[in-house]
Design a protein around this ligand. Sequence first.
Ligand SMILES: [Zn+2]
Length: 353
Amino acid sequence: MNATRTQAGVDWAVLALDLGGTQVRAAVVRGDGTVVTRRSSRTPVEGGGEAIVQACLDALGACRDAHDAAGGSTLLVGIGIAAPGPVDPIRGRVIDPPNLGSSFHDIPLAERALASLGLPAFLDRDTQVAALGEGAFGAARGCADYLYLTVSTGIGGAIVSGGNLLRGPDGTAGELGHLLVDRHGPPCGCGAVGHLEAIASGSAIARAARRKIDAGESEPLARLALERGPAFGAREVAEAETAGDPVAASIMADAREAFARACVGLVDVFNPALIVVGGALAAGQGDRWLDPARATVAREAFTVPGRRARIVPAALGADVGLAGAAVLVAERLDLEIVPPRARPGGPGRPGER
Ligand SMILES: [Zn+2]
């Protein structure tokens, strides 16, 4: 991203915020991606939009105070915010994310953070920020052309081409979960039909399992649903597959196949060197999820990009949004990212195994 050092000799850090449907997480993150101070709280969705904004500002303020009290030499240069889409990254607004309640609508979160903390604040969609994090500190380090996919309750994505995040004129580009994979497929949460997210996401797998249970087709799934109650989801379906239930196995196979076919299209369209796959569902499945995608790409993608593309697990885990927030700020303020390994004796990269 052509960043240059503008504050030679000064170690910098950012206030990072990862706003999610269940948790508000804030941290001080250094320019090498190290997460220093953390604060987190439950997202007060029932309290409405203003309560959520206040929880964000409180978490950021607590991190700033902890940073100041520690009296270090690190300079706080800005605030980076990862928020659920859709967002307007140009104006720093969160538009109307499905999991934050109806009163959380068109919220100028970056402006509120600037007003409250007196630091320049930048905001982008959580998956865009995650892609920046994996690119600077994680699985896509040193790679200029990669795609990021997160597979959990939903499926999100981001496209990095020639070292730059593809945003589009409105900042909405990269919604890879909403690629069509089956035009006769189930309805998607976005209102369209047969999207990747409607077949291969955690919520889609859970919905497919419920349909089979209602039709009386799987006794093991019905038992698990009864046992786990509202917690019943993709993890239970995967568990039933492992235990040998053929119905669960077929639901999981459909999800893996949809994901694999989407990867073929992505390889043919974008010629990525890497497809980095994060998210709880993919992480839990590991190679069981990635191997069919690798095999299908090898078999069905164009030869040259198919040979090039490697499909790899994400490296930063739950901290990806926080680490990525540092990269977002660096990108906007034209600061140099300091990869941990470039520093003699520096810490290992976050999430490294
Ligand atoms: Zn969709």
